[in-house]
Design a protein around this ligand. Sequence first.
Ligand SMILES: Cc1cc2nc3c(=O)[nH]c(=O)nc-3n(C[C@H](O)[C@H](O)[C@H](O)COP(=O)(O)O)c2cc1C
Length: 263
Amino acid sequence: MNEPAASPTSPAPSPATSPVASQPSSPAPTGAPSPAAAASAAASAASPASDAGQPAKASGQAPILILAAHPDLAHSHVTRGLLSAVHGMPNVRVRDLYALYPDYAIDVHAEQEALRDAELLVWLHPMHWYSMPALMKLWVDEVLSVGFAYGREGHALHGKDLWLVMSTGGSAHSYGPDGYNRHAVDDFLLPYSQTAALCGMRFLPPLIVHGAQRATDADIRAHAQRFVDGLKELPQWCERQPEPAQEDVPTEDRPVSQEGVPV
Ligand SMILES: Cc1cc2nc3c(=O)[nH]c(=O)nc-3n(C[C@H](O)[C@H](O)[C@H](O)COP(=O)(O)O)c2cc1C
């Protein structure tokens, strides 16, 4: 839908509170994988329930779960490049939602168990209609259920961190008051940050690349390096931050059980 911009890939302006998201765009690091050349690595990194390495806890590093949601990964440049870059990281587990659930029949129990193991949760997806792809939204609807993610007994995600890593077709300029999208990209992320707050998660400054369809291989390599750096640095950085509060949903706003009791 959005016309890709002629401007080069650039990170979204973010609060200078993250060691990663505040970094300026940098030249492509040597040795970073080429997204184009690493299609096969990306395919295996993105295979259903692929674990990009050992079980996270066994490695002694903070367990990271990447939920990737791209409906056409074979034709992706950015998302595929990022998945390729994390292939083999010992503490990183990747769940490719569209590969796992081509029929949209999400295994809620399996998803919730995967979440319990993670400390840092990453949502990796392209922006679709100012939001997330449809299967990612269904995942939110079904997996972040009352009694698990929110509500009286719903504390499973409390204290975890949520990092949104997203690409947009629109340029950085388009996401401003003078651009055709009319608003800063952060304005479109309010449902994300509030979802995190309701579940007691910290919503980290997102990592966003704009003008994705016109990004060069070098742009994508640089972006992938920022992603990898973030996965390495954010867990320690998050540990030093104060615990987030979990919003309490008033009883009258909670769903009721079959017995008519608020859950
Ligand atoms: C159905 C659909 C909706 C889209 N909606 C938006 C949008 O709202 N804003 C935007 O900037 N780009 C939008 N795009 C462009 C994608 O965000 C862009 O193609 C993607 O980030 C590129 O990443 P990839 O290389 O991983 O595919 C849309 C693309 C599709 C297919």
